[in-house]
Design a protein around this ligand. Structure first.
Ligand code: OGA
Ligand code: NI
Length: 342
């Protein structure tokens, strides 16, 4: 349990296991002249969007150009966004005895608190604590969530339903924009688990030697990320890292591998990473919409033909997950495993 970084707020040194090999360090390479597109969702899933076609074009343009964008005015209330970050912060700030109940180093467990992940064999450790939970459907999962802090379950239950609706709204815009058959994203492909990663990155005395998360693409269909006011998320864009500057109450949206494969590469799953900083603890809450384990994933028929042959293999989602984990989430390797060489 002492292995949780959040049990010790102030770290004076970086233990050797966290020091990255020189070629993987941050090294001031960020492209500060580019920022992520920001899209106004016009009130979100329960609002009538008068200019739906325009909104669809905005989402597709940002999706194709960056694979990453931020959404504002998405319908989840400011209060709820504040509450979910509030209970998450309270969780990580609890005394270590209270956190011990959820701590586990068994990576096969879905619901657990863990820290300092190693990807692959003998790799470096990453500067992050993470609470991972399966959250959907709420009645089937809520009893496994932390019951401390007191409001945790109540707030997460509300948040997850609304965040999922925002994801489904985005998927329906993408579905229509790409000319897929109505409801394409509403079946098995989006009705598996909804996982959250509540991430906590304590201040790090040597940010240039560490990372909070290594470069990776997400394994799922679509991801929403709520971050507080401390920056740290970076996105690969045209060969350079670009920062995702925090916007109050916005969600950062990105596509997982599954959406890239289903759209036959029209929408890309983009590499991202989390850097550390020495000044302030950073928190983020990622919401991952997953296919069901038995879901059959393949490039959509509507998007492939003789001139545009499928670029990716077809598979069951559970098989993808196994291979993704075996390959330590490295984009080039994962894509190589599922690519068809045409
Ligand atoms: C993730 C992730 C980024 C962040 O949890 O998959 O990419 O900013 N998080 O915490
Ligand atoms: Ni991610």
């Amino acid at each position: 349990m002492d292995t949780l970084l959040s049990n010790m707020e102030f770290h004076q040194t970086v233990p050797e296991q966290f020091v990255l090999p020189p070629e993987n360090r941050v090294a001031g390479e960020i492209n500060a002249s580019v920022s992520l597109p920001v899209i106004d969702l016009r009130g979100g899933p329960h609002c009538h969007v008068p200019d739906r076609d325009k909104l669809i074009r905005e989402v597709l343009r940002a999706g194709k150009e960056f694979g990453f964008f931020q959404v504002i005015n998405h319908g989840v209330s400011e209060q709820l966004m504040k509450d979910i970050m509030g209970v998450t912060e309270e969780f990580f700030n609890m005394p270590k005895e209270d956190k011990a109940a959820f701590y586990s180093e068994d990576a096969s467990k879905t619901n657990r608190l863990f820290s300092s992940t190693i990807y692959g064999k003998d790799g470096p450790r990453y500067w992050r604590d993470c609470l991972k939970l399966a959250c959907y459907p709420v009645p089937e999962t809520i009893n496994e969530w932390p019951n401390k802090p007191t409001k945790f379950r109540e707030v997460l239950a509300k948040f997850i339903v609304e965040a999922r609706e925002v994801s489904m709204m985005l998927l329906s815009l993408i579905c229509e924009g790409l000319g897929l058959k109505e409801g394409y994203f509403e079946g098995d492909v989006s009705s598996g688990q909804v996982l959250i990663n509540a991430n906590y990155y304590p201040p790090c005395p040597k940010p240039d030697l560490t990372l909070g998360l290594p470069p990776h693409c997400d394994r799922n269909l679509i991801t929403l990320l709520l971050q507080g006011d401390v920056s740290g998320l970076q996105i690969m864009h045209q060969g350079r890292w670009v920062g995702a500057a925090p916007i109050p109450n916005a969600f950062v949206v990105n596509f997982g591998h599954q959406l890239e494969i289903i759209t036959n590469g029209i929408l890309k799953s983009v590499e991202h990473r989390a850097v550390t900083n020495s000044g302030a603890a950073r928190m983020s809450m990622a919401v991952f919409i997953m296919p069901t384990m038995e879901s059959f994933i393949s490039p959509a028929k509507e998007l492939t033909n003789e001139e545009n042959p499928p670029l990716y293999k077809s598979f069951l989602f559970k098989d993808f997950l196994r291979i993704y984990t075996d390959l330590s989430a490295k984009r080039v390797d994962v894509m190589e495993a599922f690519k068809i060489n045409v």
